[in-house]
Design a protein around this ligand. Structure first.
Ligand code: FE
Length: 257
């Protein structure tokens, strides 16, 4: 269960200049909607939002984020991919912040279908480059995560906190009432992780490439957009499992049976 004092967010990392914050639980997760997580990085008083979510979450995410930072100090919003649960709030976010949106170039012409979007505030990561620099000099690294599951897809590694935001990778779908913020025991959580990855992730070729680059970063925590935040031994246990997973087109005969 998500503890009562965690509903309005939890600081996952903090030093004098830099914070990485989980923005709390979606109360609808209790009614069978997949639990979604939003995250906020604050560096030198300026904010970056990670996958702030769809329209129905907007009011709650605004309320929780505002406890930590004024909305006009949010400079950037990162979307791992184009799914509505990640990005359908885009027009609302552009309205209440002056942030730029960082997303794979593949989705620049699709996201405006979620509302009126000023294209001059959209930044394609392929053209921008793979690092975003915070005021302190710390780096947010955009990591290719294409085909996991989206065609144009990125993870984001916050070097200073050692936290990897993995988007849909590592997503867990916990039964109602069993939601948890941290995943400590990977084996116990696996039944809630495996079905999604076997069907949505493109193939072992891609999962193993992603795992290889993530291992080099040695993340302290892996924070997914659905489900929980991997910590301790669960980080390497998850990477070991994902690197060997057969999924997607590896199992195409069973999908087309
Ligand atoms: Fe998705």
């Amino acid at each position: 269960m998500i503890a009562a004092d965690e509903v309005n967010g939890k600081i996952l990392y903090q030093d004098t200049d830099h914070m990485f914050i989980w923005l709390g639980a979606d109360p609808e997760s209790a009614s069978g909607v997949v639990q979604t997580n939003q995250y906020l990085i604050i560096d030198k008083g300026r904010g970056v939002l990670l996958d702030p979510g769809g329209i129905h979450l907007f009011a709650r995410v605004v309320a929780v984020a505002s406890r930590y930072i004024a909305l006009d100090k949010i400079d950037a919003i990162f979307f791992s991919h184009q799914d509505p649960n990640v990005s359908s709030g885009i027009a609302l976010w552009l309205g209440v912040t002056s942030a730029k949106i960082y997303v794979s170039s593949l989705w620049l012409r699709f996201l405006p279908h979620f509302g009126i979007v000023d294209q001059s505030r959209m930044v394609g990561i392929e053209e921008f480059g793979n690092t975003f620099k915070f005021g302190s000099g710390a780096l947010l690294r955009f990591l290719p995560a294409h085909f996991l599951h989206s065609t144009g897809n990125y993870s984001a590694f916050d070097e200073r906190s050692g936290i990897l935001f993995s988007g849909d990778i590592g997503a867990a779908v916990f039964p109602a009432g069993k939601e948890q913020l941290f995943i400590d025991d990977f084996t116990a959580a696996l039944p809630f992780i495996e079905p999604f990855h076997k069907r949505y992730m493109a193939s072992n070729k891609v999962t193993s490439l992603w795992v290889r680059q993530v291992r080099e970063l040695k993340p302290r925590l892996i924070a997914a957009q659905h489900g929980g935040v991997y910590r301790g031994d669960a980080v390497s246990a998850f990477l070991d499992w994902l690197g060997k997973l057969t999924c997607g087109i590896d199992t195409i005969e069973s999908i087309y049976k």
